[in-house]
Design a protein around this ligand. Structure first.
Ligand code: BTN
Length: 246
């Protein structure tokens, strides 16, 4: 039987990256569901090789999963639903999602998910800015970064951790039981970018159109002005009205 997410929870004060520690633990026999949480990361990383600033005041954790397919693009979306729902419950604010797995509040990014597949494992890193002092963030991200506290949330790292772990366990259990479709429909309900004009940058490609939906495999479908639909499994979305408003 699958162990509950968080059944084993390891706390560290300061570490390079919780994903790296969990990778090492997975090689040493750690169980599925093991969670590593750090007060601070000194070499946190985000998607697409970006630096992820992780000072105290945020929730920086990694979860060890062993799904049938550790490269399944739906994994990040499924976990994002759990994190958004956990953050909402803990803080009382309406965290929403932006494809593929950004957590947003009042138009600012408050969190993200980094899935690293290491068959048979998937190491899923979760970063959530609960109450980080903006002065501790790099100047280039400050205009776009938010926090639950700055968005009016009654946020506390410990309470948020408990809620996030519980909700991630619930969505992952549903995913493992063949109910991924139901979780993706919750993802669509929480998403703010569907139906809006977007630009997606995916490697060397730039696609402009309307973000129509996310399909059953987790791919974003973008309808271009010529009526054609482009299917994307990775990339960065900018909502055009936001970009022009900056
Ligand atoms: C993103 O680019 O949006 C994903 C950010 C993921 C950050 C988290 S913090 C905990 C875990 N450890 C890392 O080094 N990264 C992830």
């Amino acid at each position: 039987m699958r162990a509950r997410v968080g059944a084993t929870l390891l706390r560290v004060d300061r570490i390079g990256s919780t994903n790296d520690l969990l990778r090492a633990l997975s090689a040493g026999g750690a169980l599925e569901g093991t969670v590593v949480v750090a007060r601070e990361q000194t070499a946190g990383r985000g998607r697409l090789g970006r630096v992820w600033a992780s000072p105290p005041g945020g929730l920086w954790l990694s979860v060890l999963l062993r799904p049938d397919d550790p490269t399944d693009p739906r994994l990040g979306l499924v976990v994002a639903v759990g994190v958004a729902e956990g953050a909402r419950r803990a803080s009382g604010v309406s965290v929403v999602l932006k494809w593929p797995n950004d957590l947003m509040l009042n138009g600012r990014k408050v969190g993200g998910i980094l899935v690293e597949s290491l068959p048979p494992w998937a190491v899923v890193g979760i970063g959530l800015n609960v109450d980080v002092d903006p002065a501790r963030l790099p100047a280039r991200v400050r205009p776009y970064a938010g926090s639950l506290a700055a968005g009016g949330g009654r946020a506390a790292v410990e309470r948020t951790l408990a809620a996030v772990v519980q909700h991630v366990d619930e969505v992952y259990a549903a995913y493992r039981c063949g109910a991924a479709g139901a979780v993706l429909s919750r993802w669509r309900d929480l998403c703010v970018t569907l139906g809006r004009p977007v630009v997606v940058r995916a490697g060397a490609r730039t696609i402009e159109g309307v973000a129509e939906t996310v399909d059953a495999q987790g791919a974003l479908l973008v309808r271009r002005s010529d009526g054609s639909v482009t299917r994307l499994l990775g990339g960065d979305v900018t909502v055009l009205s936001e970009q022009r408003g900056r």
